[in-house]
Design a protein around this ligand. Structure first.
Ligand code: FAD
Length: 396
């Protein structure tokens, strides 16, 4: 098949690479490859530490994709001859006050119920484990099965293996012949014919003409990269997630002597780096790892995460010839191998597990709204007896 992929973030690139591997003729269109949400990502592959309540649809996807990661990494690093910064050293989640400790204990109960490996530690045991932690840390939980990767190395490797299949052009519209999507129109006005179109343009997906309405919203994240002075290295040996008096932050050490400190989660505010978020991140990071105060700030960045209305991806065929793959919110790096495989299966018309397909179906909101409307169509408000004895209809 000739396949046009819109968007060269981690989702579009991983899907394109999967489709190339299956023998298709693929072209990816993006004016600024790997410069969206994927540029900001910390790269935690933390299906265990990032588990939380109300993730019935999301948690199985996170777990399934985490299982695919080692093979995804092996394949991509072999093809590109690049290291991707993949590390399998787990996540240490730490707390400061009593409420943080209670939150960690409650979460570790949930993680155990879900069959995940969890070790509960005291603050002292955590400091034996991770010497960079400061005295403010009073409780900790270790989830050994979490991994991490450097998303910038992943997108660079994918761009390299895709080579001149990636074109630096913006897409204005998907185009149709009769009832099916048969191509795209570039911003330059050029028409490109395709047997299938994959719309993986992150938040930009909803702005492309001809794509059905999608419930996408920007969830901004501010994030910092710090260089640790040689005398303090290694400041950390694994990812640390911190609960600091109810606020969350994380610190992700990289092999090059830098530490990523993130990330805010905000639905509004400035469309650039937010001072208050940076202040809170640095304060909280220094509370748990005092050496942070000695580091050099090498980058501050903010990007909007493409999030759906329920924070579960929007991945599926929305009409013949058009696959949507966006809405990966806070987990797009973790979910990339699964998104690539499922996206390619759907494009090829292969069967996909029905529970998975319906969990990520981009049309689930429209279907749910239609079924609510049907259920309510015959509903009439109950009769209310008013104080003077006359019978009236409820009106509120
Ligand atoms: C601060 C921060 C930290 C994060 N940390 C993690 C983490 O630790 N682990 C994790 O799993 N996830 C993390 N995420 C989430 C992750 O970054 C996203 O889920 C993921 O990058 C989404 O990838 P994407 O390819 O869908 O979108 P993007 O990376 O935004 O890519 C979309 C691409 O589409 C292109 N595009 C847009 N419109 C058009 C158009 N009209 N034509 C052509 N191209 C177009 C854009 O130029 C862009 O390159 C983090 C996100 C943020 C912001």
């Amino acid at each position: 098949m000739r396949i046009a992929v819109i968007g060269a973030g981690i989702i579009g690139l991983a899907t394109a690479d999967e489709l190339v591997g299956r023998g298709h003729e693929v072209t990816v269109f993006d004016p600024e490859p790997a410069n969206g949400s994927s540029l900001a990502a910390a790269g935690m592959l933390a299906h265990a530490a990032e588990m939380s309540w109300g993730q019935d649809a999301l948690a199985p996807l996170m777990r399934a994709s985490a299982e695919k990661y080692p093979e995804f990494v092996d394949r991509l690093s072999a093809k590109s001859a690049r290291s991707l910064g993949h590390r399998a050293d787990g996540t240490l989640s730490v707390g400061v006050d009593a409420a943080d400790r209670e939150a960690l204990v409650a979460l570790s109960r949930l993680q155990r119920e879900q069959g995940l490996s969890v070790d509960q530690l005291t603050g002292t045991a955590a400091r034996d484990f991770e010497a960079g932690l400061g005295p403010a840390v009073t409780s900790a939980v270790f989830t050994p099965d979490d991994h991490q990767i450097d998303p910038r190395l992943v997108t660079a490797a994918l761009l390299e293996v895709l080579g001149d299949r990636v074109r630096l052009e913006s897409v204005d519209a998907v185009t149709r012949t009769g009832e099916r999507v048969t191509g795209i129109r570039l911003a330059s006005g050029v028409q490109i014919d395709a047997d299938a179109v994959v719309a993986a343009a992150g938040l930009g997906t909803a702005a492309i003409d001809g794509i059905p309405a999608l419930p996408l919203r920007p969830v901004w994240g501010d994030i910092l990269r710090l260089r640790v002075p040689p005398a303090l290295r290694p400041l950390l040996t694994r990812t640390v997630r911190a609960q600091v008096r109810g606020r969350s932050a994380y610190l992700v050490p990289r092999g090059d002597g830098t530490v990523v400190v993130g990330a805010s989660v905000r639905e509004g505010g400035v469309a650039g780096v937010h001072a208050g978020s940076v202040l809170a991140l640095l304060r909280d990071a220094e509370t748990v790892v005092p050496g942070i105060g000695e580091c050099e700030i090498v980058e501050m960045l903010a990007r909007p995460r493409p999030a759906s209305a329920d924070a579960v991806p929007l991945l599926g065929l929305v009409e013949e010839g058009l696959l949507v793959s966006t809405g990966f919110d806070r987990h797009g790096v973790l979910l990339a191998p699964l998104a690539a495989e499922v996206g390619a299966d759907l494009v090829e018309g292969r069967p996909v597990d029905e529970r998975l397909r319906s969990a990520v179906d981009p049309q689930r909101f429209a279907d749910a709204a239609a079924s609510r409307a049907r259920d309510n169509a015959d509903w009439t408000p109950p009769a209310v007896v008013d104080p003077v004895g006359a019978v009236s209809k409820g009106s509120s």
